[in-house]
Design a binder for this molecule. Structure first.
Ligand code: DGJ
Length: 545
């Protein structure tokens, strides 16, 4: 009897589902926990239309797996799941779930709801065709644009209902497998070609008082408010109440704050309704703005760097805000989304669109995002358009896959560094070496390879990372040459005890390849990861006087 009871308990336990995917504090950052285990997203985002056809996707799944991806970012289309109001069709989504599982891949779903790149093209026909119930944005001259108004209760209710149904469906079909890790709410929400909508409803809302919770938050966060918003608020008298124009200024930058608040509130309604059905991490992504462009010349009001505080106040149910980075100044842009504050003001980095997958700078950006900025994940766009395996991304992910246990352990613990040549927004390259101190050693990382003719090098593609674990220093990447010295002036000096290349096998054991203590380390003077193909080197240093 006792025996039977024990069997029954074990059986019941194995049927029980683990807590849904969630974010959990880990050192100074957060870890994505899936099925009770930490998870690092080596991802790729599908082109917009690919997930709408299982047949189209069929040949791509095995290629994505062969590229060492562990996660695919795939859209869920409002128009396909709710073709008639209140009638839901899960067939496209269920096929994506089935095929991802069959390829042993996880998913991050992208809710293409009321907004897709500022426009409203994925709203179902019953929304598109009824502009009385679901009004469009009005320009100052009273004409409409093909963008749904965020100020319509009908629209928010309809979108939130569909989104909540989606989460309820996932709770039913995916809570056990946990194929879906997270959900992006809308896609690159933003206003074009203006900074705020007009018309009777919008003008009234714009003349109303700024919500107290927003100004309270600005006052409480003080110097920690992102500099552009802080300066704007201060320039207008740091007011604790008043209309949007009074508190943030009448110009398009002030108007954009109003837009950001209402977008954040809209997204909050979805996130809150969705989490009530199935509580998994949710985020909003953003199309970044070019320096010198005004709101409306770029999609305004999204979770842009200068509006992070507005979004944090307006959409507290979101777990983080995520940049889509297509501009060359990757490291500066990504850094704005890694905020180490405590609680709601913190923001863990995740990059849902990290350039087009074919961009040759992608590998260096991936190493940098994980090594320097504790990214939860990395995901180039149009992943299925990448050519045959191996390719630069698959080689990079193969390395990152091997390093995943070390990366997961080291995130948020000041044991890692990432390197890449700095690029300006115009693409010009700053080839100055980077300096970083880890484990008492100051490392100088150069991006110009000493043994390759300069005209054969593309410094913008060079980058890597370093993990300090116990006695070992693990270098990964390509096109970087690292010199080292004791960080303490006048203190002991540092030499290479051993340097070796190698791989981690499927069980996670290090399998050394060549020992590199001669020419390959310039007789102990540097560590070099040659340009061309990323690799891992294990280096052990020693101290001498
Ligand atoms: C960013 C969007 O988020 C994607 O859906 C796609 O439209 C790409 N731009 C195209 O570059």
């Amino acid at each position: 009897m006792k025996h039977l009871l024990a069997v029954a308990i074990i059986f019941t336990a194995s049927l029980a589902t683990a807590a849904p995917p969630r974010l959990q504090k880990h050192g100074a950052t957060q870890q994505l926990v899936v099925d009770g285990e930490p998870f690092l997203v080596l991802g790729g985002e599908l082109g917009n239309s690919s997930a709408s056809s299982a047949g189209y996707m069929k040949p791509h799944w095995p290629r994505l797996k062969a590229m060492h991806l562990n996660t695919v970012l795939a859209p869920v289309y409002w128009e396909l799941i709710e073709p008639s109001q209140g009638e839901f069709d899960w067939s496209t989504l269920d096929a994506t779930l089935r095929d991802a599982r069959a390829s042993d891949l996880k998913l991050v779903l992208l809710w293409f709801g009321a907004w897709k790149n500022s426009m409203s093209t994925y709203a179902p026909a019953w929304v598109k065709r009824d502009s009385v119930r679901y009004p469009r944005v009005k320009l100052a001259d009273g004409s409409s644009v093909e963008i749904l108004s965020a100020l319509s209760k009908n629209t928010v209710d309809a979108d939130a209902r569909a989104y909540a149904e989606l989460l309820a469906h996932l709770a039913q079909v995916d809570a056990r497998d946990q194929t879906v890790l997270m959900i992006q709410v809308e896609n690159e929400i933003g206003m074009l070609p203006i900074a705020r909508e007009h018309g009777a409803v919008a003008d009234k809302a714009y003349a109303a008082a700024v919500p107290a919770e927003l100004v309270k938050l600005l006052a409480a966060r003080g110097a920690k408010v992102e500099p552009e918003l802080r300066e704007r608020w201060q320039k207008n008298g740091s007011k604790s109440s008043g209309s949007w124009a009074k508190v943030f200024g009448e110009d398009e930058w002030g108007q954009e704050v109003f837009t950001a608040w209402h977008y954040a509130r809209f997204v909050e309604s979805l996130a809150k309704a969705g989490k009530a059905r199935y509580d998994i991490p949710m985020y909003a992504n953003v199309a970044l703005n070019r320096t010198g462009r005004k709101p409306g010349e770029y999609p305004s009001g999204g979770p842009l760097p200068h509006l992070i505080d507005v979004w944090k106040a307006g959409a507290p149910s979101l777990d983080f805000l995520a940049p889509d980075i297509y501009f060359p100044n990757f490291s500066q842009l990504a850094a704005r989304y890694r905020l180490k504050d405590e609680g709601r003001a913190a923001n863990v980095l995740f990059i849902p669109e990290a350039n087009n997958a074919t961009n040759p700078q992608v590998p260096a950006n991936a190493f940098y995002a994980f090594g320097a900025l504790d990214s939860l994940g990395f995901s180039p766009f149009s992943i299925e358009s990448l050519g045959d395996v191996p390719n630069p991304l698959s080689q990079t992910y193969e390395i990152l896959e091997q390093l995943t246990p070390l990366l997961l352990e080291s995130r948020g613990r000041d044991r890692m560094a990432g390197f890449r040549a700095t690029l300006n927004e115009d693409g010009s390259v700053v080839d100055t070496p980077m300096k970083v101190t880890l484990g008492g050693i100051e490392f100088t990382v150069a991006f110009i390879d000493p043994w390759t003719p300069k005209e054969q090098q593309t410094i913008a593609n060079h980058g890597g990372l370093l993990i300090h674990s116990g006695e070992d220093f693990w270098f990964a990447g390509q096109g970087i040459t690292i010199t080292f010295n004791g960080a303490e002036p006048g203190g002991p000096m540092v030499g290479i005890e051993l340097a070796e290349e190698g791989v981690f096998d499927a069980q996670g054991a290090w399998v050394p390849g060549r020992r590199l203590n001669g020419d390959q380390t310039h007789q102990g003077r540097h560590v070099r990861l040659a340009p061309g193909k990323p690799q891992i080197q294990r280096v052990r240093f020693y101290w001498y006087r």
